[in-house]
Write a protein that binds this ligand. Sequence first.
Ligand SMILES: [Zn+2]
Length: 223
Amino acid sequence: MKSELEIKQEMCEIGRRVYNRGMVAANDGNFSVKLSDDEFLCTPTGVSKGFMTPEFICKVNAKGEVLEANEGFRPSSEVKMHMRIYEKRPDVKAVVHAHPMYATSFAIAGKPLMDPIMPEAVISLGGVPLAKYGTPGTMEVPDSIEGFLDDYDAVLLENHGALTYSDSLLNAYYKMESVEFYARLMYQAQMLGGAKIIPPEKVEELYETRRRMNVVGRHPAVK
Ligand SMILES: [Zn+2]
C-alpha cells in the first residue's frame, strides 16, 4: 500500500499532467483521493495544480471539514462535489475535476457526449451526460451530478467543465483524458460534416465486450 506521502506526490504529478496538457488554466481544477471512510486528501484552492509539492495537499473528513492543512492552504470549495461522489459510490477512490478545452466547450454549448462514435469511448465511458448548471462551491453542484452517479464514471458540468472518478487517481485521470479525446473527436468530426454513429446492434456488441471484461466502475450497459 502507498504511504500518505507517496499519494501526495502522485497528486502533484497528476497536477502537472493536467496543467501541462492544458486541461486547466491558472489555478483551476481540483482532485482528491480517499484514504479511509473519513479521511480524504484534496488539492488546495488558489494554487496552480501544475506547481504543487506534497505540503500543499490538505486533508478533510467526509463532511469536507479540514483535518490537516499547512499554513496558507485550504481545501477547494468544490470538495463538496467530491464528497457526494464518495458518499454515493463506495467503489470510488479518487475524483478529478478539470476544464479540458473540448469537453468544456461541449458543457458550455449544453451538449452531452452520448453518441457512440468510437469503440473505446463506448466501452470505457458509455457516454458522458451533462449535469445541470450549479453555482460552484454551493450544494447545487453535488445535487446536479447525483442522478448520474449510478450509471456513469464521467459527467460534464454545464457551463463549467468535466468530472471523472475511479478506483485510483491514475484511472480517474485517464478517464479525464478519454473524455477530452472523445469530445475533441466529436468536434473535429463536426468540421468534416458530422460524426457517423455506430449502429445500435454494433453498440450492443461493444456493451457485451464491456460486460465480459468485468471493467471496474459503472456504465449504462452494466448495472
Ligand atoms: Zn471547475
